[in-house]
Write a protein that binds this ligand. Structure first.
Ligand code: VAH
Length: 315
């Protein structure tokens, strides 16, 4: 029986991944932890306050709860990381090292998941259909921490046989938790603002294409990767996952199909430079080949669901 620890369960990915993992492994076998309270709908199963930066408490927690898999999702995202570079680097790297070293020491821990990001790519990376293996010169603290993290994942696998697996998530779109300090968060905020005010001031230019993915596809990809036999995996840094690419102008046009009077204005801020350093689209044939990555949601289908679910949430 697997015993799953989710770190960062109050965040955008964690708050949905816990529910999905509980369907696979059983509610009582998935412990949702964070440094702050998790969403009420996760409280039907085990939850705890846990700081991944406290390595002493972390090892006791893992041993006491007989943990066999760790999903470490806590991180400072791109926008916030540029505001506090040193703190972001420390948190993103030290938390990861705490988890990897724990997995090396505690034999009962069989698998670790850690999220990388398309932020590992930079302005010198081919910007369209970015390949799995290519030039990676990130210019953001977040991207640098994710690139270094990928190198550590591969090192701990090769040196200590820690079965750590990772995905280069694009921008993730979900309705359960509102945006948290990222650059792609405009694509979440826009749905809430469209329904609340029928207008949105976008912090990126109208033609800023970025790779995105509806959260349900990201969750399915995460579980498919983690359930894959180890010998199918050719990549031990992190897998490209491409999702759908669109611009603020395109998502606004899709929203107007549902809310004709919706208006968008553009006021680029510091996050425009971050977005400009990232690819516009990602090539993910290696993930499709190794463990069957599928993308089921396009912009139209995602917008339909987002508007319906956000409307219900705002009631
Ligand atoms: C961010 N949502 O905007 C994250 C993501 C690709 C970007 O990693 O920082």
């Amino acid at each position: 029986m697997e015993r799953i620890l989710v770190i960062g369960a109050a965040g955008q990915i964690g708050s949905e991944l816990v529910t999905a993992l509980r369907k696979v492994h059983g509610t009582d076998n998935v412990i949702a932890t964070d440094i702050r309270d998790v969403a009420d709908d996760l409280k039907g199963g085990p939850t705890a306050l846990l700081d991944v930066m406290d390595d002493k408490r972390l090892i006791h927690f893992v041993i006491r709860h007989k943990i066999t898999q760790i999903y470490h999702l806590a991180a400072v995202l791109s926008g916030n990381a540029e505001r506090l570079p040193m703190q972001a680097w420390h948190i993103n790297m030290q938390s990861m090292m705490n988890v990897l070293d724990l997995a090396r020491e505690v034999q009962e821990i069989k698998k670790v998941f850690w999220p990388s990001s398309i932020a590992v790519f930079g302005p010198t990376t081919p910007t369209r259909e970015t390949p799995q293996l290519t030039v990676m010169e990130p210019t953001t603290v977040y991207g640098i921490s994710k690139l270094a993290g990928e190198r550590w994942c591969e090192y701990f696998y090769n040196r200590y046989k820690v079965d750590v697996r990772s995905l280069r998530y694009p921008g993730l779109i979900s309705y359960k938790t509102e945006a948290g300090g990222g650059t792609t968060d405009y694509a979440v905020e826009i749905y809430f603002e469209a329904l609340k005010h029928k207008k949105y001031e976008c912090f990126l230019k109208e033609d800023t294409y970025l790779p995105m993915m509806f959260m349900d596809d990201a969750i399915d990809a995460t579980i498919a990767l983690m359930e894959s036999p180890a010998d199918k995996l050719s990549t031990r840094s992190a897998y490209n996952v491409g999702g759908i690419s669109f611009s603020p102008k395109e998502i606004a046009a899709e929203i107007r199909k549902h809310i004709p009077e919706f208006e968008i204005t553009y006021k680029p801020d510091f996050r425009q430079a971050i977005a400009d350093s990232w690819p516009q689209s990602i090539e993910d044939s290696v993930a499709q080949r190794d463990w069957g990555l599928k993308t089921n949601y396009d912009l139209a289908k995602m917008t339909d669901i987002m508007l319906r679910e956000v409307k219900a949430k705002l009631k």
